[in-house]
Design a protein around this ligand. Structure first.
Ligand code: SF4
Length: 128
């Protein structure tokens, strides 16, 4: 089993208990469909605007045993009456913070958890 961690956006922290993120992880679907042997959660951290804490969070998750870090889908996609679509998510700095997390932790960082927009394959950022 692959040990995974999740970094969520503070803008959703008071509204969303990550129910569908956890369900997708347990079911091995959506952002977590690439793990042949399944995955196990080692921790969840919350990014705070403007994302200056994300490097430290990623380092902690690495020390806690994470092998991959996932960023929640709501940070880079938006729900409308027609479903989820890419863009206009909660975070304007998504590419920067994902890159920072990958650089600080040395771990692959995946954009995506639950409810992926149609046609979107989870983007993986690996550095080093
Ligand atoms: S930097 Fe982006 S992901 Fe982090 S809290 Fe702000 S909007 Fe959310």
């Amino acid at each position: 089993m692959t040990k995974v961690a999740i970094i969520r956006c503070e803008k959703n922290a008071e509204r969303c208990p990550l129910t569908n993120c956890f369900k997708s992880m347990y079911d091995g679907i959506n952002g977590f469909s690439g793990y042949d042997q399944g995955c196990r959660l080692v921790g969840v951290m919350t990014c705070r605007c403007p994302g200056d804490n994300v490097s430290a969070l990623a380092e902690i998750l690495n020390k806690k045993g994470a092998e991959v870090i996932h960023f929640c889908t709501c940070a880079f996609s938006k729900k409308s009456k027609d479903g989820w679509s890419l863009g206009q998510g909660l975070c304007e700095h998504m590419d920067r913070i994902v890159e920072q997390a990958a650089r600080a932790s040395g771990l692959p960082c995946v954009k995506g958890t639950a409810h992926l927009p149609p046609g979107y394959a989870p983007e993986v950022v690996s550095i080093g």
